[in-house]
Design a protein around this ligand. Structure first.
Ligand SMILES: Nc1ncnc2c1ncn2[C@@H]1O[C@H](COP(=O)(O)OP(=O)(O)O)[C@@H](O)[C@H]1O
Ligand SMILES: [Mg+2]
Length: 375
């Protein structure tokens, strides 16, 4: 007699039940705090093929949904590039933390191609600043105000000085954000930043700003004012910032520390080791019943490198979609054949053929010396 198939597979984490991160927006402080303080999404249980097949239809569906959510909410994976960048950002931040308010604080700008993980690293850094400062100094300041260590502003197409100041007030949900001049918005934002003891202003997608226009110049001047008057470090994130003219203002050029985020490279042994170690970490996160050690890091290393040319964004999209497909088809493991069916983004596709050729000819390899195929 066969046993009835179990109908629940995954216990829902209560912390996640009431929290849907995908419904949050980071333009408000509450959204940012929920993001920064959210527990990691619970990992669905690892099952063997036999265990998976033993699930009833409802339990299987539930397990698959939990795997999909887990994939969508993966905690960032440690990379050498991201660690280096966070160390540099910490240098800039810490140098300013205990300075008197009237001393100008640091500014840093992360300038790199789309899809290299700038927003991800910027937010991990901001998350750490939020949690560290609240842990060290409490949720309230000595004067009894809420402590908001981080202010986050995302730029859009045509941001004026007033829009930017409005966005800072919007972050605080300040009641005075509905009327006033650009200057009055700025002084309200300064009040918020001072009383909430904000220490980091994160400005993402700065490439939307045209520095060479009148608006750009006004905003550049305003960034100087903020760096001089506000008690915080400014972290700019964007693409092509140098070409767009961020450093053409001599004062900004002197004050901003330019930082980068590089793609994975397989040019040398150190790069190949980093690539392999990233694939090993990624492999750990994959919840597929028929996966095996070395699935990504040994058997798919060249294929994956050719598919993403070292860009973490393209790689993560590919692997996530491939996992979802492997779940849907029941294959439950990643193979070159399955990956080939997942369509790449255009930039990755442009470079794929060239990389495939180099890797197939043996002129290049993505694998460290001790991990190449024998014979
Ligand atoms: N360290 C990481 N670990 C896991 N996924 C990452 C990591 N860095 C970036 N990603 C993923 O790559 C994609 C692009 O990253 P993003 O930070 O948006 O890039 P950018 O801001 O440079 O365009 C996102 O889907 C993100 O989740
Ligand atoms: Mg981004």
């Amino acid at each position: 007699m066969s046993r009835p198939k179990p109908d629940t597979a995954v216990p829902e984490d209560p912390a996640w039940k009431s929290l849907r991160l995908d419904e949050l927006t980071l333009t408000r402080k509450e959204g940012f705090a929920a993001f920064a303080e959210a527990p990691d999404y619970p990992r669905p249980p690892d099952m063997t093929m036999v265990e998976l097949k033993a699930l009833g239809p409802a339990a299987k569906e539930e397990h698959d949904l939990a795997r999909r959510r887990f994939l969508a909410n993966l905690r960032p994976i440690k990379t050498v590039q991201a660690d280096g960048l966070i160390a540099d950002l910490t240098d800039v931040l810490e140098a300013g933390l205990d300075q008197p308010n009237w001393e100008a604080k640091g500014m840093a700008a992360v300038d790199a191609f789309p899809g290299l993980g700038k927003t991800t690293v910027g937010l991990s850094f901001a998350k750490r600043v939020h949690n560290d400062l609240i842990r060290q100094h409490g949720r309230f300041t000595a004067a009894g105000h809420e402590r908001w260590p981080v202010i986050r502003v995302g730029m859009m197409g045509d941001t004026t000085v007033k829009d930017f100041n409005w966005a800072m007030l919007e972050f605080f949900a300040h009641s005075g954000r509905n009327s006033g001049t650009a200057n009055s918005f700025l002084s309200r934002a300064l009040d918020c930043a001072v009383s909430c003891e904000s220490r980091l202003l994160l400005v993402d997608d700065l490439q939307f700003l045209r520095f060479r226009s009148i608006r750009g110049t006004e905003l550049a001047n305003q960034f100087k004012t903020i760096a001089n008057e506000f008690p915080l470090m400014i972290l700019f994130i964007g693409y092509d910032l140098r070409k767009k003219g961020l450093y053409e203002d001599p004062q900004l050029e002197r004050r901003i520390t330019p930082l980068e985020l590089a793609p994975f490279t397989i040019k040398n042994e150190a790069g190949r080791m980093q690539w392999r170690s990233f694939l090993l970490s990624l492999e750990q996160r994959v919840v597929l019943a028929d996966k095996y050690p070395g699935m990504l890091a040994d058997d798919l290393s060249d294929h994956l490198y050719a598919r993403c040319s070292g860009h973490i964004g393209s790689l993560m999209t590919l692997v996530k979609r491939a996992c979802l497909r492997a779940i849907r088809t029941g294959e439950e493991r990643l193979t070159p054949d399955l990956l080939t069916h997942v369509k790449p983004d255009r930039a990755a596709r442009e470079q794929q053929a060239q990389w495939e050729e180099l890797l197939a000819s043996g002129m290049k390899t993505s694998r460290p010396r001790n991990h190449r195929k024998q014979g």
